[in-house]
Design a protein around this ligand. Structure first.
Ligand code: F6P
Length: 327
């Protein structure tokens, strides 16, 4: 361990994700293990600006590994978007003696952190905490596995009622610009069609697909729709289908924020635990201004340009699989 870091500040930012608490616990425990002080910054960048910072100890993170949400809270901060706001945030850190940062969040969180590093030079590492799984250079983000399991559980329940009434359901799942939750909950939930931002689907194609199922004796159908798709929101799609194919009894369910809550899966807990420890050790070894992740089983550090200029593509094989299985 080569770099002289004494006090690490830790915060969560952006949309919360199941597993953030496991990440917080891991960062705190790793700091204590390596004889470093650790400070919790509440409400993300806004708490940094307002000096809402509290020293944490090994017991501050007891009994949180299984809990959804984030004990450090999360908030959007317009103030941190300004140079003055970031200066105030830097002063807060200085007044607490914080000389390095670990963040848990998505794209926006990392963008803020990178800017802050460029202006104030505080070494920092970001853990990927978002249900969207939209970060390039790594396989999974913290929270994605739990959110997808939650979506599948809900889809299974909708399937029961869809079947009882011979209905066609449109189920909207989260994923602002990313079809990851949709494609995999759709495959796992047996959807007849999956609509994602990464792929265009015309309503005529969609009706043709659903019709094939009906002709082949399918009594009910589920269509999973990612919220951020080009084809418009789920209501728009469902209403167009109602108009063009009035012979279907169409219903819409929006899963929304329930996908963000709940106890994290074992996968998200382990991923967050591993990345939390490795982020602290990375900082102590001089690594900074990166997002940490796991790719093909190995720890990777992804720089800002990679995150900013690329997207986490959905692999062709998943798309092919969804098509084959939906007939
Ligand atoms: O980025 C995570 C996410 O849950 C997206 O899937 C969703 O579009 C967005 O956050 C919702 O944000 P908010 O909680 O601010 O409405």
């Amino acid at each position: 361990m080569s770099i002289d870091i004494k006090k690490i500040g830790l915060f969560t930012s952006g949309g919360d994700a199941p597993g953030m608490n496991a990440g917080i616990r891991a960062v705190v425990r790793a700091c204590v293990y390596h004889d470093k002080e650790v400070y919790g910054i509440y409400r993300g960048y806004q708490g940094m600006v307002e000096n809402d910072i509290v020293k944490l100890d090994v017991r501050s993170v007891s009994n949180i590994i299984q809990r959804g949400g984030t004990i450090l809270k999360s908030a959007r901060s317009d103030e941190f978007r300004t140079i003055e706001g970031r200066k105030k945030a830097f002063e807060s850190l200085k007044s607490n003696g914080i000389d390095a940062l670990v963040a848990i969040g998505g794209n926006g969180t990392f963008t803020g952190l990178h800017k802050f590093y460029q202006e104030h030079g505080i070494p920092c590492i970001c853990l990927p905490g978002t249900i969207d799984n939209d970060l390039p250079g790594m396989d999974y983000t913290i929270g994605y596995d739990t959110a997808t399991n939650t979506a599948v559980e809900a889809i299974d329940k909708i399937r029961d009622t869809a079947l009882s009434h011979n209905r066609l359901f449109f189920i909207e799942v989260m994923g602002r610009h990313s079809g990851y939750i949709a494609i995999n909950s759709g495959i796992a939930g047996g959807a007849v069609a999956i609509i994602i931002p990464e792929e265009e689907t015309s309503t005529d194609e969609l009706i043709a697909k659903i019709d094939v199922g009906a002709i082949n004796n399918k009594k009910s159908s589920l269509v999973v729709v990612a919220e951020g798709g080009e084809s418009g929101n789920v209501w728009k799609i469902a209403n167009t289908i109602k108009e063009k194919a009035p012979y279907y009894d169409v219903k819409v369910t929006i899963l929304g924020h329930l996908q963000r809550g709940g106890s994290p899966s074992y996968f998200d807990r382990v991923l967050a635990s591993r990345l939390g420890v490795e982020a602290v050790e990375g900082l102590l070894n001089g690594i900074k201004d990166v997002m940490i992740g796991v790719k093909d089983g190995k720890t990777v550090y992804v720089d800002f340009d990679t995150v900013d200029n690329n997207r986490h593509e959905i692999d062709e094989e998943s798309l092919r699989l969804a098509k084959i299985l939906s007939i």
